[in-house]
Design a protein around this ligand. Structure first.
Ligand SMILES: C[S@@+](CC[C@H](N)C(=O)[O-])C[C@H]1O[C@@H](n2cnc3c(N)ncnc32)[C@H](O)[C@@H]1O
Length: 253
């Protein structure tokens, strides 16, 4: 593992402070209510990061085991979960072995499924999730949409965060591997202290983008029925080349 560790894990919640986690968790809960067959209370989260969705869903009454392969992201999650019953576990999603299965539903958000870049690894993820779900259990996941990526990706983006004692600059440089459907984002992060000192680090993250029917084929090949596809965390928009994130709902057979 080469990413989501060290200082990047510490800064993660700052970088995504404006991400609407509460709205997203509410949308997942709504999908669970709408599409679940039978009582659905025990959830398995794949690639939970610093645990914000899990903590939000716990407040909605779910019991959650949340997994990630980054010890540093899990350490942040556990710090935030002092008053929570969410169980955080170190797990690589390509080799899931989580105690307490079968779960009623699983979810994997913020395009994390794309971090497994190859077909072989992706198949392991779907089969692993299938193994951990009860019959008719739901799998809800978000993935990066190829149509938007190919038409609109930004080769260079710069963002800035003002802190009490520093300014943080993040430069993101993206390149695409069209044959492998991979986007590599090189993040250069500069922490400019107000006392004139600075530190910096770089991290490259490689993530795969998909088309809907391709994802449907993966699901059916690994024992899931695709139920529906949303243009992000809303049911009021149709999927277009402006849709960067697709939320899939599938049922385990
Ligand atoms: C963009 S973050 C998303 C975190 C969280 N789902 C959220 O919405 O904030 C991607 C996460 O995927 C995790 N990840 C990447 N590859 C993984 C793998 N093979 N197994 C488990 N977690 C993985 C990273 O450690 C990171 O926490």
């Amino acid at each position: 593992m080469t990413s989501y560790s060290g200082r990047h894990a510490e800064l993660y919640d700052l970088f995504y402070a404006d991400k609407p986690y509460e709205v997203e968790a509410a949308f997942v809960a709504q999908c669970l209510r709408e599409y679940a067959v039978g009582p659905t209370t025990r959830l398995l989260e794949i690639a939970c990061g610093t645990g914000t969705h899990a903590l939000q869903l716990e407040q909605r009454g779910y019991k959650i085991v949340a997994t990630d392969y980054s010890p540093d992201m899990l350490a942040r999650a556990r710090q935030k979960a002092a008053n929570s019953q969410v169980e955080f576990q170190l797990q690589d999603m390509t080799q899931l072995e989580v105690g307490g299965a079968p779960f009623d539903a699983a979810y994997c958000l913020f395009d994390a499924i794309g971090y497994v870049g190859t077909n072989e690894a992706l198949e392991k993820v779907f089969r692993g999730v299938h193994k951990h779900l009860r019959r008719d259990g739901l799998f809800i996941f978000e993935f990066w949409h190829a149509a938007a990526m190919l038409r609109h990706y930004d080769p260079v983006r710069v963002r800035r965060w003002e802190q009490e004692d520093s300014t943080i600059l993040r430069i993101s440089e993206t390149s695409l591997d069209y044959a492998k459907q991979l986007s590599s984002v090189c993040y250069s992060i500069y922490e400019l202290k107000h006392d004139g000192t600075y530190s910096s680090f770089t991290e490259t993250q490689t993530n795969r983008y998909f088309l809907v029917q391709e994802m449907a084929a993966w699901l059916t090949a690994t024992g899931f029925a695709p139920l529906t596809w949303f243009a992000g965390f809303t049911n009021s928009e149709s999927i277009s080349d402006e849709t960067w994130h697709i939320v899939a709902v599938a049922r385990r057979s």
